[in-house]
Ligand binder design. Structure first.
Ligand code: SAH
Ligand code: SF4
Length: 389
């Protein structure tokens, strides 16, 4: 059951139009100091110019903040003590606060991060089962305005967008927890080497902040993740998919989940605005899609709802010619959810049909289910502190 069944598209659009109400808190702290995390290089240089420092200082600070992971100016050994002190009077290098952290039996770890205004979002680290590396699943919003029927986050009406500092801050805080910044001997981090924007929220409804955060993460003099190591998952905000491809060029994952508009309208309500044909057309024109960089179609397997052989065949027909793979995700239940996961047999039959259509179709076994960290299980108790209208 969705918590917002009475929201019409028009009402939802009105909420989005008022999205200024959903903005993150300003970079200024109550004590007047400014958080440097989340600023672009140019903005960082401007801040430093404001205290009479030359542009090379921005480069130096960028390196300390994003390459070394420093959170304290006094650790910045290439900067003289008096300047360290002046910086500390005016600026901070922020991190979200850790409200709770839980580690699953399968080593998946979930943080509940608390931001400066008290709002909260979840981040999940998913270690690779076979290799010494893993992915960090990052949230883009507190809650979500879209209310997909199978998604726990969707039962929480949007509280607000996360700011760039909060988005990049989730990754940096996760790196802090694993000691994953370059060691003094120059060893580079390995564990936290991939980002998936698949946590809470619809990243393409918070595009500006997400783009700013991903540009910071991709900057070669800082964290330096290649765009190939970043995957953005969208429920299908078609116009923003074009921008995302042209401007960021990160890997794209599309939450398809149904092959007929009638069913997709019901389980992914955004489909009423951007139906399947438009969504698939946007995938076909997504720049950089190739066999080496395939688009991922996510398909949640709901028992008796979307898991028939006929639907598998229709899926193959729909995506024919797109360099793509299909992730089959057995539905992950959450308290109060009203679907059941497909059985093993249905999963395997569906996968076999998609594979014989020429697409890889791995079945994604849930990770971190015991701590409600699997896909679609994230939800916080954050509430809106002021009315939306
Ligand atoms: N809003 C974006 C990204 C976050 S959701 C999107 O929808 O793509 C990340 C993925 O988890 C999506 O594919 C989503 O459909 C899937 N998901 C949501 N609820 C789920 C559940 N209960 N079980 C399994 N996957 C789920
Ligand atoms: Fe939002 Fe994605 Fe959940 Fe749908 S699946 S409600 S778009 S977070």
């Amino acid at each position: 059951m969705s918590a917002t069944p009475d929201l019409t598209d028009a009402e939802r659009a009105r909420i989005l139009a008022k999205s200024a109400l959903f903005n993150p808190p300003a970079a200024q702290l109550p004590d007047g100091r400014r958080d440097l995390v989340g600023l672009t290089r140019e903005e960082l240089a401007d801040e430093l110019a404001g205290i009479g420092e030359k542009p090379f200082r921005a480069k130096q600070l960028w390196h300390w903040i994003y390459h070394q992971g420093a959170t304290d100016f006094s650790a910045m050994s290439s900067i003289a003590r008096p300047l360290q002190e002046r910086l500390a009077e005016r600026f901070v290098i922020g991190r979200p606060g850790v409200a709770t952290v839980q580690t699953s039996a399968d080593e998946t770890r979930k943080w509940l991060f608390r931001f400066r205004d008290g709002q909260e979002a979840e981040t999940v680290y998913i270690p690779d089962r076979h290799e010494d590396r893993g992915a960090v699943c990052i949230s883009s919003q507190v809650g979500c305005t879209l209310s997909c029927r199978f998604c726990h986050t969707g039962t929480q009406t949007l509280v607000r967008n996360l700011g760039a500092a909060e988005i990049v801050g989730q990754f940096m805080a996760a790196r802090d927890a694993y000691g994953e910044w370059p060691s003094p001997r120059g060893e580079t981090p390995r564990l936290l080497s991939t980002i998936v924007l698949m946590g809470m929220g619809e990243p393409l409804y918070n595009y500006e902040n997400v783009a700013r955060a991903m540009r910071i993460v991709m900057d070669g003099e800082g964290i330096g993740l290649s765009r190939r190591r970043i995957t953005l998952s969208t429920s299908g905000v078609v116009p923003m998919m074009d921008r995302c491809g042209a401007e960021l060029g990160v890997n794209l994952a599309v939450s398809l989940h149904a092959v007929r508009d009638e069913l997709r309208d019901e389980i992914v309500p955004l489909n009423r605005k951007y139906p399947i044909a438009e969504l698939i057309a946007a995938c076909r024109r997504y720049p950089g899609a190739s066999n080496a960089r395939r688009i991922t179609f996510e398909y949640i397997m709901l028992r008796g709802v979307n898991d028939s052989e006929a639907e598998a065949r229709e899926l193959v027909r729909l995506i024919a010619g797109i360099p793509a793979k299909v992730n089959l995700i057995p539905f992950n239940p959450w308290p109060g959810s009203d679907y059941r996961p497909s059985g093993r047999e249905a999963l395997e039959r569906f996968a076999a049909i998609v594979q014989s259509g020429g697409f890889a179709a791995p079945i994604r076994m849930p990770r971190g289910q015991d701590i409600l960290a699997a896909c679609g299980q994230l939800r916080t108790d954050s509430r809106r502190t002021r009315p939306a209208a």
